[in-house]
Design a binder for this molecule. Structure first.
Ligand SMILES: *[C@@H]1O[C@H](CO)[C@@H](O)[C@H](O)[C@H]1NC(C)=O
Ligand SMILES: *[C@@H]1O[C@H](CO)[C@@H](O)[C@H](O)[C@H]1NC(C)=O
Ligand SMILES: *[C@@H]1O[C@H](CO)[C@@H](O)[C@H](O)[C@H]1NC(C)=O
Length: 183
């Protein structure tokens, strides 16, 4: 065997090991990492029905498509208050602004993308969230994909739980766990 072949082989093995260690390392780190910040917020959503404009905080902006029941294709835009407890009249600490749409033919299921906008003496900045809201599951995890201001470049997971549904109103409990914090 030529020296250069052995050199190349050694270099290749070295890089394979390096890459493997890198992957093993990051897996271990992520598994063991504890959240750097956790908090719970309640989202209050009241759907517009033409006569409740004064109280509504969300509205359908498309009609369901008729491809199935379960509202497939309906897109809902919302600007919902977020509170620290379950009461809709508690003073909001932030707002959840964004949209969701229904995306399954065979049952109710949704996909969310929204920002949590903080503008209080506690916090200024945003968290940006997105992911599948698997509505048949008791708790659903969506991703916190980033943030700004006090939440600069953060990442994490928000666990959603339907806390109440009454006619046009629903309330979500959101347990937010951030795994990367710069502030
Ligand atoms: C809309 O909702 C309000 C409050 O729940 C209710 O009083 C009203 O009758 C509803 N209007 C329609 C058109 O369903
Ligand atoms: C609208 O909200 C106010 C207070 O937030 C409440 O007193 C009133 O009953 C609500 N109206 C409807 C139609 O839900
Ligand atoms: C944030 O709150 C301050 C003080 O209440 C207000 O002047 C400002 O317009 C708010 N900013 C946003 C983006 O809502």
């Amino acid at each position: 065997m030529s020296k250069s072949f052995i050199d190349n082989a050694c270099t290749t093995i070295f890089f394979v090991l390096l890459v493997q260690f890198a992957f093993v390392d990051s897996k271990v780190l992520l598994k063991e990492k504890l959240p750097c910040k956790t908090f719970t917020l309640y989202l209050h959503d009241t759907l517009f029905n033409v006569t409740n404009a004064a109280n509504a905080t969300s509205s359908a902006v498309t009609n369901a498509t008729g491809i199935s029941n379960f509202q497939f294709g309906t897109l809902i835009v919302f600007d919902d208050p977020l509170t620290l407890d379950q009461h809709i009249l508690s003073s909001p600490v932030a707002r959840a602004q964004g949209f969701f749409f229904y995306d399954m033919k065979t049952r109710y299921n949704a996909w969310f993308a929204f920002s949590i906008v903080f503008n209080s003496s506690e916090h200024v900045g945003t968290l940006n969230l997105m992911g599948a809201d698997l509505m048949n599951q008791k708790t659903r995890d969506i991703s916190v994909v980033g943030g700004t201001g006090d939440f600069f470049m953060t990442r994490g997971i928000a666990t959603l739980r339907t806390d109440a549904v009454q006619g046009l109103y629903f309330r979500l409990k959101m347990d937010i766990k951030l795994y990367e914090c710069y502030y």
